[in-house]
Design a binder for this molecule. Structure first.
Ligand SMILES: [Zn+2]
Length: 378
């Protein structure tokens, strides 16, 4: 099911268009077709439109172009340097916006606008904002942030301003938090710090081990994450604004195509609901006890996996499902019972099992002709 209800969007769009003044370029299909025919007529060589008439001024600015979907009205720029932009009837806007919103991964209004305005003249920022406000997936992300409470400290007033602006601008929901923790482990002298990076929209957590507490090493690890998973608009940290500013500056220097701003905000421990920094250290400790290992950094990938595959009550999905649409596939474990996969080790073993399985299913269907006749024909 699409994230935006088409009927609701069209109803609200009609209300919006009706409220607009007469010089708006948003037309319903019947009026659009009439205008298109009139432009064609006026621009035809045989038409005699007085040059000082209103018709001439309007039709001089517009033309008719052929597209895969049929004829459409487009702007007729006065200079060849300017690009001709298309006007579409309001009935076609839903499909255009849905395509753009999905292709850009539920992008906000600024990214959508920059994409849309390359091609269309009459899909305005207001129409794009209306579309995004109706997207159920984007709504879940917004609700998720509205539940986060800032720290109650002497910066509370400032935090509240930030919190309010979070609600006002959807672009600020694209946010990550990076925290560096000292890991007190006498057995290991090489790795002393754990870097926790969380995407606050998807709750996806990345855990990395560091040798030193410094911005250089943290920046390297963050870039590895950002170049695969994407970077947020805003970065924050419990280690303080100075630390984040250093990281943001280094990212700008090493990788200029990524641009992030530093924020003073950070969120209350309760927000992570059993997955805060202390809980993560406890999970690592549990892993050490369970495996009798002394190398804490070897357990980091397993703790990261358990955090990202755990069901999140706010999102109603696990973080992995939010990012990839599913939890990580575990090979044969994900499709076969244990008593079958434990005996399989080569591709030939798997082929033999699949051949046997296919024959068994066919035999079963022959034994139950009535039941099998009820199955849909493939
Ligand atoms: Zn969306």
């Amino acid at each position: 099911m699409a994230s935006v209800d088409e009927d609701v969007f069209n109803e609200k769009l009609n209300e919006l268009v009706n409220r607009r003044s007469g010089n708006s370029l948003n037309y319903r299909r019947d009026k659009y077709v009439r205008l298109l025919e009139k432009i064609k007529l006026c621009r035809s060589k045989t038409a005699a439109v007085p040059k000082n008439s209103l018709d001439f001024r309007i039709y001089n600015k517009l033309k008719v172009v052929k597209t895969n979907e049929g004829e459409r009205i487009a702007t007729n720029p006065s200079s060849p340097k300017l690009k001709s932009l298309m006007l579409v009837p309001i009935e076609e806007m839903y499909d255009i916006l849905l395509n753009c919103h999905m292709n850009l991964g539920h992008a906000g209004r600024i990214r959508m606008m920059s994409q849309i305005k390359k091609k269309y003249k009459n899909i305005t920022a207001q129409i794009i904002s209306l579309f995004i406000s109706l997207c159920t997936t984007c709504k879940i992300k917004r609700q998720n942030y509205s539940k986060m409470q800032p720290y109650k400290n002497n910066r509370a007033e400032k935090q509240n301003i930030v919190q309010e602006s979070l609600f006002a601008h959807p672009e600020l929901y694209s946010r990550g938090q990076v925290d560096l923790l000292y890991v007190n482990n006498v057995e290991d002298k090489e790795y002393k710090f754990l870097m926790i990076y969380r995407n606050l929209a998807t709750r996806f957590t990345h855990l990395n081990v560091l040798k030193q507490f410094n911005a250089n090493e943290a920046t390297e690890k963050l870039l590895e994450i950002f170049l695969v998973f994407g970077a947020p608009n805003v970065l924050q940290s419990k280690n303080g604004i100075t630390f984040v500013e250093l990281i943001v500056k280094q990212i700008r220097y090493i990788c200029p195509e990524i641009r992030i701003v530093a924020s003073e905000t950070n969120f209350n421990e309760n927000v992570y609901n059993g997955r805060n920094n202390k809980d993560i250290l406890k999970l690592l400790n549990d892993w050490l006890n369970k495996t009798q290992s002394v190398k804490w950094y070897e357990g980091v990938k397993f703790v990261q996996h358990s955090l990202n595959t755990a069901f999140n009550e706010v999102l109603c999905h696990s973080p992995s499902e939010m990012v990839f649409g599913m939890n990580p596939w575990k090979g044969l474990t994900s499709m076969l019972p244990e008593n079958v996969y434990r005996d399989l080790s080569t591709e030939d073993d798997l082929k033999i099992f699949l051949d046997q399985y296919t024959i068994e299913v066919q035999n079963q269907n022959q034994l139950n002709p009535v039941e099998s006749s009820l199955l849909p024909v493939s």
